[in-house]
Design a protein around this ligand. Structure first.
Ligand SMILES: [Zn+2]
Length: 263
């Protein structure tokens, strides 16, 4: 009997302790804010870049500076491989676990004539399984020669050519998306190419468009895609160093990294 009483008493004291102690603080949350939160980990970003037609060193540096200036903490890994041609398989993907340890992979590469299906699927598979991505400009024409559609489905759009360079007005169609927050309604791109989108894939949400000066057709210019478990943000702009010096463009890219990383 005495033992039972003791047990009940102990249980009761335990409940009082739980109720009186800051229960939330046991889980690292203090409603009074007196328990400092551990600093959030930097976002691990892998930037794959290289190939034809663009100044990738300038573009890579511009993205790094833009994120830094906007206070987005990033640990960058930059892989600039494959030379300056249109056909290469880059060494980095020889490692079957090339994606490990990265929160976001930025594809800003330009290899239109690479068409090896096994190689392409080594890249798309981890994205399908949940590696989030940003895809920029010539990434849309990368693997254009391939017969398989995996890369295009990953991008969220199919494009095979572009129109002339101009300063294209951009119309936002999803004002409420976090990536487009604060995007000016009267924005025009820096001198850039207009990519023609043949197909918008079913899991793609177009965020903003630009109009062809030749046909008047609206072309998706910014979008998000859900590829399996992977989130993808894409833009067809990004040709010139002027674009990569444009504050609105860079701000949108940084928003895209933040969104892809789930921040
Ligand atoms: Zn270009």
């Amino acid at each position: 009997m005495m033992n039972q009483k003791l047990t009940v008493l102990r249980l009761f004291s335990c409940l009082i302790f739980l109720a009186s102690s800051n229960f939330a603080s046991l889980f690292g949350q203090s409603p009074t804010g007196d328990t400092p939160q551990p600093p959030r980990k930097n976002i691990a970003v892998l930037l794959i870049t290289g190939g034809c037609c663009h100044d990738y060193d300038f573009q890579s540096k511009a993205m790094q500076l833009a994120a830094q200036e906007r206070g987005l903490p990033i640990d960058w890994t930059i892989v600039n491989q494959g030379g300056k041609g249109t056909k290469a398989t880059i060494e980095f993907y020889n490692n079957p676990k090339w994606y490990e340890g990265f929160d976001v992979v930025i594809h800003n590469e330009c290899f239109a004539d690479t068409d090896d299906a096994d190689y392409i699927r080594r890249i798309t598979k981890p994205h399908y399984e949940g590696v989030n991505a940003i895809v920029i400009h010539c990434a849309m024409h990368t693997y254009r020669s391939a017969s398989i559609d995996d890369w295009r489905e990953f991008l969220g759009v199919t494009s095979r050519h572009h129109e002339h360079q101009s300063k294209y007005p951009v119309t936002v169609v999803k004002n409420d998306h976090p990536i487009m927050k604060g995007f000016p309604s009267d924005y025009k791109s820096a001198m850039d190419e207009l990519y023609i989108i043949e197909k918008v894939w079913p899991n793609t949400t177009v965020l903003a468009t630009s109009k062809s000066e030749k046909t008047g057709d609206e072309q998706p210019a910014f979008w998000v895609n859900q590829y399996g478990k992977g989130r993808v943000f894409g833009t067809t702009y990004g040709h010139s160093n002027d674009t990569f010096s444009d504050k609105v463009f860079l701000e949108t890219l940084v928003n895209g990294i933040r969104w892809a990383a789930g921040r």
